[in-house]
Design a protein around this ligand. Structure first.
Ligand code: MSP
Length: 511
């Protein structure tokens, strides 16, 4: 049904002036789950991530370390790739804004905007915030600072401007015609009221520093870092060549995963730049919430950012991924605490799912010659459990299409709970003496339910799912979602020795 439909998912590209932490892992893990889900669902996927390497902040950070900006960017960009490796991230393309393909594409985009009369030279005088790389209106300042709390500086220079003000009505028409283009709804409303309140033209070049992409024809200007960065989503598809296979199949299906702090750039400036260049605006932008850590805002000065290696060493990649997506609705803010992670790890993962798998596999190993048992006639309890597991795909697909990861996981774990209740009710250990044929049917039902669950949890906890599918001797070619209905366990198949898929977190050993 969904075969061949392209799906393009992106993360924000990360500033290299900060080292990776939990807040960066979050959108990356979310995008990875979507990419994995869609691939398993038969769709053609491109998953793009990368690093945002230009701008005054990077120039200043490099200087402070006595490095060239590129040496500095090389170092931090590598740390982001390492984050991806640790968290089992299956990106298809990793773009760096210092790459030739990107620089060429941004310059072409600039020229296209210029050719269409969307850019003019003017004089900028106003507040600029280097930390946010954003311009602020006097009226937006709070106690002389940016609304984000960062310092602002007065800037006066000759700049090129983009005629953003001319796009107000067309942006509003775009939001109106595409009610799902910005999610969640609260963010959409926020964007619409911002645009309704009137748009100023946007300064899109800078002359007071040089670490950026030179403006074509005016090399004393560099391109504003947000125009540069946003363009990664199309330069990675080969822009300015919009006829190539990648661009023509993927652009119209793009989903941008972004944090709530960068919605304005993605939902206002970006569609305006695109439309002004004669391109389609993005299909959908989802803005997730922000994490605090143990009740505190994450900050460099508090040093509470939780780097990915600490996250993965302490809890493991799968539990970290699971926690991030299960704990909160994707659009909401929430708190990351050690206690909450351990609660989920030992509860949902080790007790509920891990124990279920372990109990079933050990019973099959002991009582059925370590082979998939031959079922007899199925009873209502069996068909109802199996039906619940099969029906999950549609339910999960629905939640995933709305980026409701926590609801998808809740639905899967509901069946995990049903399977645990079924084990208790059917008591296969007692049947081994009283009714071995019925025991085989019960264990087959459980094994097959586990197979279906393992297939469905692959996008979220790929390592554990792989282990479980290996233990069920599911072949590599029967691991996509089509196999849910098409490739049930075959009685008589040998199964390897069971091993725990989600070990419990033991406090003393890890801290
Ligand atoms: N470089 C820009 C994005 C350009 S995209 C064309 C940028 N980079 S960033 O590294 O500062 O932030 C990247 C993402 O990390 C943002 O979407 C932001 O929301 C997210 N997070 C940073 N800290 C976070 C939390 N504490 N919690 C959740 N996400 C957070 O912005």
């Amino acid at each position: 049904m969904t075969a061949d439909r392209p799906f393009f998912v992106t993360t924000p590209i990360y500033y290299v002036n900060d080292t990776p932490h939990l807040g960066h892992a979050y959108p990356t893990v979310a995008a990875d789950v979507l990419a994995r889900f869609m691939r398993l669902d038969g769709r053609r996927v491109k998953f793009l991530t990368g690093t945002d390497e230009h701008g005054q902040k990077v120039e200043r950070s490099a200087q402070a370390l006595g490095l060239t900006p590129l040496q500095f960017a090389d170092r931090v960009s590598a740390a982001f790739r390492e984050m991806d490796r640790l968290l089992d991230i299956s990106y298809d393309d990793y773009i760096r804004t210092t790459e030739e393909r990107h620089v060429r594409g941004v310059q072409a985009l600039w020229q296209e905007l210029e050719r269409r009369g969307e850019i003019y030279l003017g004089r900028f005088a106003g507040w600029y915030c280097v930390r946010d790389e954003a311009f602020y209106d006097e009226s937006e300042l709070v106690d002389g600072k940016a609304p984000t709390g960062a310092e602002v500086e007065w800037l006066e220079e000759e700049n090129y401007f983009f005629r953003l003000s001319a796009w107000q009505d067309r942006l509003l028409a775009f939001y109106e015609a595409n009610p799902d283009a910005i999610a969640p709804r609260s963010r959409r409303n926020e964007v619409i009221s911002f645009v309704r309140s009137g748009l100023n033209d946007l300064s899109i070049s800078r002359t007071s520093f040089s670490w950026g992409i030179p403006v074509p024809g005016s090399p004393e200007h560099v391109v504003y870092v947000w125009l540069d960065a946003l363009a990664n989503y199309i330069t990675a598809l080969g822009y300015p060549d919009t006829e190539n296979a990648e661009f023509s199949s993927f652009w119209s299906s793009v989903l941008h995963i972004v944090g709530k702090d960068i919605v304005r750039f993605h939902a206002v400036y970006w569609p305006a730049f695109l439309m002004a260049a004669g391109l389609e605006p993005p299909c959908r932008i989802f803005a997730h919430g922000w994490w605090t850590v143990e009740g505190e805002k994450m900050s460099k000065s508090l040093g509470n950012g939780i780097p990915p290696d600490v996250l993965v060493e302490r809890y493991g990649a799968d539990p970290a991924r699971y926690f991030l997506l299960r704990e909160l609705p994707f659009g909401s803010d929430g708190d990351f605490s050690h206690r909450a992670v351990v609660g989920r790890l030992n509860g949902d993962l080790a007790n509920d799912f891990g124990n279920l798998a372990q109990r079933v596999l050990v019973m099959i190993n002991r009582n059925c010659n370590a082979s998939v048992p031959e079922p007899g006639e199925l009873q209502t309890a069996d068909t109802s459990l199996l039906g619940g597991a099969r029906g999950l795909l549609d339910i999960v697909r629905g939640h995933i299409s709305e980026q409701s990861f926590h609801l998808a996981l809740e639905a899967i774990w509901r069946v995990v709970g049903e399977a645990n209740r079924y084990v208790d009710e059917q008591a296969p250990w007692a049947l081994s003496r009283s009714d071995p044929a019925r025991m085989r049917t019960v264990l087959y039902t459980l094994g097959e339910t586990l197979r279906r669950l393992a297939l469905l949890v692959q996008p979220f906890v790929p390592g554990a799912a792989r282990k479980l599918l290996d233990q069920l001797s599911v072949s590599e070619t029967a691991r996509d979602f089509a196999a849910l209905a098409d490739a049930p366990l075959v009685p008589g198949t040998r199964l390897p020795k069971p091993e725990a898929i989600f070990p419990r977190f033991v406090e003393e050993a890890a801290r």
